[in-house]
Design a protein. Structure first.
Length: 407
């Protein structure tokens, strides 16, 4: 055990268990499937596992705060439990991470990481669940064969919230796509929830789903990587367990069950970094170079393309760091601010969208900040229609989302 134990960069959020307030730990990078619930007295000890405090320092700090000596063996057992489940920055975790990374690198395809959890892994059950997403009153109705579609769909913004919570919102976006002229390739920009060192990450691995694999367009990937003038695969491991692209791949495979499609899967993480640094996304030359490479690669390919952003909107409430549950008036305020921001999206204005989020330093924690900006920047001049706006509340959190079609 390290003399100065350090907790990894993980998610911590409040929960209530049998009437008791606790804190849950979860790993957004997916190196452990465990979720640990910590009683509040234990949280203080875990918070001191920051790499700066020794075991003796932790004991002394708890004594200073509460006048109580916590036995060193008790702290050691706690840290050992956290380490066993993959939450400590330790040699044990380094071995765990290396094994997971090696498995991903060696795999010929990108496995369906969330099948059997966030959605059914049985093909029949999954199709039935996705059929239900289209059913009124929540859904838009099944796609109409031969329906007049007007101009071709150029882009979609669809949620990446779990299907059981936001499934009808996916259907509102994807029905427009089903009724539009067929596209050949789909560029999917997804949020990287765990963060990454690079603004974008590509992978050449086909995305598996219970309904069949969704192949990547390797020619287009190679063309984009060559044009972008940067290492587009340095953060490829972020694709391993990220769901924001996976959920779109599942919906595309469901929608296009009778013919082959290809995707260009792109994880994105740059807009929050720019905002927090007092910069604009284009101030990092890697961002415009990559997005120009996508647009130029699509134009040169002659392919019929649709650009998709797998993007949720606001994340508010104690689970995300707010001091108190969100009241009805606050939910109404969130909706007003979301809809004002959505006006910049339907107007096709990437700069105005960034400014709308940055105006209050992203107080609402817009989860799709990078993917939506990337879509708008790639589809310069596109105009959108808001199909549906929704909020999913629970006692500790509110997540909002929307579906937008761009032409």
């Amino acid at each position: 055990m390290s003399e100065r134990p350090r907790l990894r960069a993980i998610e911590a959020f409040p929960v209530e268990q049998d009437g008791a307030q606790m804190v849950a730990l979860r790993d957004p990078a997916g190196y452990t499937a465990s979720m640990l619930l910590l009683p509040m007295p234990v949280v203080e000890i875990v918070a001191l596992c920051d790499g700066a405090h020794s075991l003796e320092d932790i004991q002394a700090e708890i004594m200073r705060r509460h006048g109580e000596l916590v036995e060193g063996a008790q702290i050691e057992r706690l840290i050992a439990t956290l380490d066993e489940h993959g939450f400590m920055d330790s040699p044990g975790f380094a071995r765990r991470r290396a094994a997971h990374d090696r498995t991903f690198r060696d795999a010929p395809t990108r496995p369906a990481a969330h099948a059997g959890g966030a959605y059914a892994d049985d093909p029949s059950a999954l199709r039935a669940a996705m059929d239900a997403c289209f059913q009124p009153p929540g859904g838009p109705g099944a796609p109409r064969a031969g329906a007049p579609s007007g101009s071709p769909v150029r882009g979609l913004i669809a949620p990446h919230i779990d299907f059981h919570r936001g499934g009808p919102a996916y259907a509102w976006a994807y029905r427009d796509l089903a009724e539009a002229p067929d596209a050949d390739v789909f560029v999917i920009f997804g949020t990287c929830h765990a963060g990454m060192a690079d603004p974008f990450a590509l992978t050449r691995k086909d995305y598996e789903t219970p309904l069949g694999a969704v192949p990547v367009d390797r020619d287009l990937i190679d063309a984009v990587a060559a044009r972008a003038g940067q290492d587009c695969f340095a953060s490829e491991l972020a694709h391993r367990s990220e769901h924001s692209i996976e959920f779109q791949a599942v919906f595309l495979r469901y929608l296009y069950r009778a013919r082959e499609i290809t995707i260009l899967p792109v994880l994105a993480s740059f807009a929050h970094e720019a905002m927090l640094g007092g910069r604009r996304p284009e101030d990092d030359p890697r961002v415009p170079r990559f997005l120009d490479a996508v647009a130029e690669g699509l134009a040169a390919s002659g392919r019929r393309a649709v650009v998709i952003a797998g993007a949720d909107l606001a994340h508010v409430g104690p689970r995300f760091g707010d001091p108190a549950p969100i009241s009805e008036p606050e939910m109404e305020r969130v909706e007003r601010e979301d809809r004002a921001m959505l006006a910049s999206i339907t107007g096709g204005d990437a700069r105005a969208f960034f400014d709308a989020v940055a105006a209050d330093n992203d107080r609402r924690r817009i989860c799709g900040f990078s993917p939506i900006y990337a879509l708008l920047r790639t589809l310069s001049g596109a105009r959108g229609d808001l199909r549906i706006y929704g909020q999913w509340p629970d006692p500790q959190a509110v997540v909002t989302y929307a579906s937008v079609t761009l032409r």
